[in-house]
Structures are given as structure tokens and as C-alpha cells.
Design a protein around this ligand. Sequence first.
Ligand SMILES: *Cc1c(COP(=O)(O)O)cnc(C)c1O
Length: 461
Amino acid sequence: MTLHNYKKKRDEEGFEDIYTNSISQTQLPKSELPAKASPPQVIRQLVYDELFMDGNARQNLATFCTTYIEDEVRELMDLSIDKNMIDKDEYPQTAEIEKRCVSILADLWHSPEKNDIIGCSTTGSSEAAMLGGLALKWRWRKRREAQGKSTDKPNFVCGPVQICWHKFARYFDVEIREVPLRSDELGVKPDQLQDYCDENTIGVVATLGSTYTGVYEPVQELAKALDVIQNETGWDIPIHVDAASGGFIAPFIQRNLQWDFRISRVKSINASGHKFGMAPLGVGWVIWRTVVDLPTELIFNVDYLGGQMPTFALNFSRPAGQIIAQYYKFLRLGREGYTAIQNECAITAQYLGEQLRKIDLLEILYDGHGGIPAVCYALKDESTSGFSLYDLSDRLRMHGWQIASYPLPSNRQNITVQRILIRHGVSRDMVSLLLRDLHQEVEHLKNNPVLNFSNKVSFHH
Ligand SMILES: *Cc1c(COP(=O)(O)O)cnc(C)c1O
């Protein structure tokens, strides 16, 4: 058989080997659909091969998100791959499961409501923050209209917030007043609020688990400062807590910390199910204190089994699997499981903090005590170290570790930091291997200073 005939025959009979199939003999199409269809096994393998170029998610210590996934979760995700969360009518039990999750979180965060619980799932904390922010804006506008006052200059006040709040500000036309950091602080302090709040402040956003460093902002103290402001000015300014990470940490390992609905000024809370909630990617939650805290104008009703189902969301269609998996996690772990896992993560983070303290070039900004399971550090003196943390990130990447470097927010942008997240599946053993590589690379950079090293100013989440 000639080679030509062989190829012809092979093409006619289907593939023999993934890497001899005709599509395997070229680069994969990048900008146009291929003219022909290909066997699924071939394409699966070729796409899978391309994904090797991505880092290994388990070694991504920059992410807060779930990277350790139980087989049972994969099975439930697979079973629910065809379910659309919005079709409450077709999938009433999925809708029921979402409702149960909302109730469980309201209970966990000490909601005063036992029956009229109001909250919903979202694609993540970003969407949840938008919904929380919109409710604040609507409530403020109604109050102002009732007083016959102008409603054209809403603002909200916060410390260093995650990018989603900058998006909320821009998309929904609300001024963001991000209080600059004091030289020795990592979050907004209660006595700073009075200079930033006014009659147009729709709310204060407090972060439980700063994206920059992992520390908690003092929600209770911020609430007290707002009590004083109310006494002096009459402005009743609500708090929204962005508990993207802390909402699944504090209730288990910092149980006496007052940050949630136990504080009456806290009107809404968001959290990411796919971070320390341990659900797979694609689920967040937002809960309001009472029904009056979510203006009814924002709620749309969808038909639901002959009745009406209220929804509040930016999306329409949305996968249901993440919500089902979140419910699985709640039942599977219970308080006992969440407490044990978060505690173990916190202990590992604190151990890492202690070990990093021994590296004399580093200054530890957050050592894993009091906030989320994480550490954050900077170089003590960038001008004499001969390298920047960006260089260290690059060196660690050679071992597979992904550890982001970025500047602190204003007024401390001159400080570059690294942050390491310890989440479920980041074991003590992994951390000891990371420390081994970190020591080696710090030594390497000390002995081989980087010429003209520059501090890249970029920040991505
Ligand atoms: C991660 C994070 C967000 C955004 O959450 P997503 O679930 O990724 O959309 C918002 N706020 C804080 C404090 C976060 O850590």
C-alpha cells in the first residue's frame, strides 16, 4: 500500500491513534471553525494537552477559590450539568435546595428572621456585591425622595475593597470613597469614617477578609462609629459586609467575633460559596437582614408552579450544580467538618507565618492570626535586597508555585506584598515543600541580585 493510499484508508476508517489523526497533524484552529468534524476522543485529548500549559491549580496559592474537590461533588456536578437554576418551575427541588442554603447561611450569620428569610445565590461574591450595593442605593434614594432631597450624588465608603466594588461604583453610578490606608494599617479605622460619610452615603462596605492581606476590618467598631455619626447628624448609614472569605471562616473559628447580623446596622452580607465555602467555582450568596432591607422594586417574579417565585439576579440562565454541591458540602461537613477544616487551615497559615518570620529579609504584615487562613509579607528593604518580590514570584513559578506580588492600595502603594492562601487541600506537607523552595530561591536571589530590577505596578485578581 502506498503512503497515500494508507492515509486515505485511515481517514476513511476513522482514527487509529489520537496523534495520527488529521487534525493532530496541524496546529489547532485558533480563529476559525475547522471545516470538518473530528472524533471526540481526539479533540478531548488535544484540548486536554493544551491545558497542561496552565499552572497546576492546587499549587496556585494566590487563589481563594476551591481547588480540592471530592469525587462526590464531581458526581453531583455531572448529574446536574443540564439543570438551569432559573427554571424553578421545572426543577422545584433544586429551587428548594437553594432556599435551604439561604436559610442555613442566614442562621449561620445570626439573622433575626426565622421565617421571612431573604437572600439568594449568585455566580460569586461580585454579583452578590452588586445586588447588595443596589439594595443600598435604592433604600437611600427612597429615604431621600421621602424627605424631598436630591438623589443625584450617591456615594459609599469603604477601606481597600476588592475590584467588584469599583465595578459596582462605575456600572451603577455611585461614587466610591475608598479611605486611604494609614501608614501602619491594613484596613479602614472607625475614626476615619466621619471624614468620608455624608448625607449621600448609601452605606459603608466593611470587608471581612481583605483581598490584599487577609485581615478583617473591625465591623463592630465601624458600626459604633456610625452610631456616633447618627447621633450627631441624624444620618442612619447601613453597613454591608463583604464576607467573601470571612463569611465561611468566622462562624467556625472566630465565633465570638461580632461582625454579622448580631450588629443591627449590618443590613446585608455576601460570601463566596466557591472560596472557603468549599463549593466548586461559580456560586456566591447574599443575604439581607429583613425583607425591608431589599426594596421590592428590585425583585422580579418568575412563574413558579402556578405561583410566583421572586428572583433578584443579574443573570437569567445559570448552572444549578454549584448550588447543589454547596448543599452537599453543608450536609457532608456540618459545623463539625467546617470547623475542623478551617481550624486546620488557620493553624497551617500560622505555622507558615512563623517560618517566614525567620527569613530576615521579610517583614510579615499578616501572620494568619485573627483573619482568614493566609499570610502576607513584604521585603523589609527593597532598595538593598537586590531583587523584588516580583522576581521571587518568577523564581517560585519554576517550581510550579503561583504566588502573586502586587502593591498595597493607597496610601501604601509603595509597598509590594505577596499573599499566600491556605485553603482546604493545602496541607502542612505542601507548605513545608513550599518553604524549602522559598528558602532556596531567596538564597539564589541574594547571591545573584537582579540588575535594574523594577517594581512592576500591576494588580490583577
Ligand atoms: C474574592 C472576593 C470578591 C469577589 O468574589 P468572587 O466570588 O470572585 O466574585 C469580593 N470581595 C472579596 C473581599 C473577595 O475576597
